[in-house]
Design a protein around this ligand. Sequence first.
Ligand code: FAD
Length: 499
Amino acid sequence: MIRSVLVLGGGSAGLLAALTLKRKLPDLEVEVVFSSRIGVIGVGEGTVPYVPHHLHAFLGFDEHEVFTALQPVFKLGVRFQWGKRPYFDYTFSGRQHSWRYPELPRNNGFYGFDDPAAMDLPSALMDRGKALPRRADGLPDLPAAGTNLAWHLENRLFVSWLETACRRQGVRFTDAELAGVETGEPGIAAIRLDDGSERRADFYIDSSGFASELIGKALGEPFEDFSGSLFCDRAVAGGWDRDDEPVLPYTLSETLESGWCWRIDHPDRIHRGYVFSSSHTTDEQAVEAYRKVAPKAIEPRIVRFRSGHYRRGWIGNVAGVGNAAGFVEPLEATALMVISLQCRWLADGWIDSERRPTASMRTLYNAMNGRLWSQIRDFLALHYRFNDRLDTGFWRRCREEIPLHGLAALVDFYRENGPSSINAGHLLPGDSFGIEGYLAMLVGLKVPHQRPYAAPPAELKHWQARRERHRKIAQGAMGMPEVLRLLSDRGVWDRLRGR
Ligand SMILES: Cc1cc2nc3c(=O)[nH]c(=O)nc-3n(C[C@H](O)[C@H](O)[C@H](O)COP(=O)(O)OP(=O)(O)OC[C@H]3O[C@@H](n4cnc5c(N)ncnc54)[C@H](O)[C@@H]3O)c2cc1C
């Protein structure tokens, strides 16, 4: 029976694991060992809607408390400056290309292939730089946590809030470095710390970041390398204090010569990062290219990463969570979602097995993890494979060499049938991104298909009316500074949630 858990690592992964397990299983003894000398990675700021859902719906944290502490900027989606269009938006509404308005016989993707702007409300909001529609009573029209909205988080604020929440929940902390590991059946028997002490726990979580001290180093689990699909392995990351720039309620993703560059807005700061392939450009060249798109950035630094995951994420009495278990790449900001899911699967599994997890539970966990990693790899690879914005060595290689793996049938179907979604259940069973994600990228990148649709005037009228309605709502909507001001008031949350 698992009575005690030792978490190695105090970054967002280790802290979220400790918090999830302690909150869901309060009788567990949970200790986090972290090193203030090594510190945390300091990137990890874009999210998808599952992350707020995890904190609020799964863990039950108060929305006002978390909002006030984290000061997130709402992320309605990603604006891609990829492909031949000036830009296209991939929003979290689920109402873009695979969506069908009741008055129209076909999916939006058929009507919006040439001009997808304002096909859903979030893309109309993004065009105006607005974060949320305004209700008739003047309050922001805030959806339920985990639907349509994600956050931009400042890594420092997130880690600090997680630590406070962990301490309140009764998690213990030790600031020390790992000095040795004693392995044994069924995985780790004990760890030694550089303060001379030793820890023995029933279960260990490896959240030691890319060092992967337990899963990778001590247990020697093989690494499934994704570099055959995804060629980027470094980023130049930096930021600056906001000047007079408007707060963007979305992530901007811009194609650069040997990769792409994010812009992630926080209330008072703007972060930019150039994700690049070290096989195609040097660190110095990457910094130079970065400075052109982020001239105000202060002290940009190079962050290295390896795309892939350790084959098993749960081995005996050890599970890896966060970068220690794997990382694909920053595009689409999926890492905190994977971390949240891993924490949830562990907590639910331990609750259902009364803290005596079975071998079949471990096998299932590893299978789910493996499938999730491959889905993310292939979804991101699809982005790169079809981006024809630039004709550089890096992008030519992406178009020529990136394999589609399990997505080949989906892409063939799309080429022959256009943005139809009748294939969704068959070609993408249980896929995390759903048909909407794939169509958002295929149509967004203007991948040609054989079913261009010349809609008759009556249908076009309905189509334009929908877009106009979205634009009108967006016109009266509120920007992020107003949303931040209003949502710092608990009374507003009470009114919004009908309390
Ligand atoms: C360029 C880049 C951009 C990214 N962008 C995003 C994004 O937009 N969205 C997203 O969700 N994710 C993103 N990620 C992933 C992000 O880093 C992780 O989601 C998140 O920060 C979790 O990190 P972590 O806790 O696993 O690792 P870390 O933050 O590195 O924490 C590791 C912890 O282990 C401790 N530790 C390590 N070794 C030892 C030791 N020997 N002894 C004791 N303690 C030790 C450290 O002190 C630290 O506390 C990005 C990653 C990269 C590389």
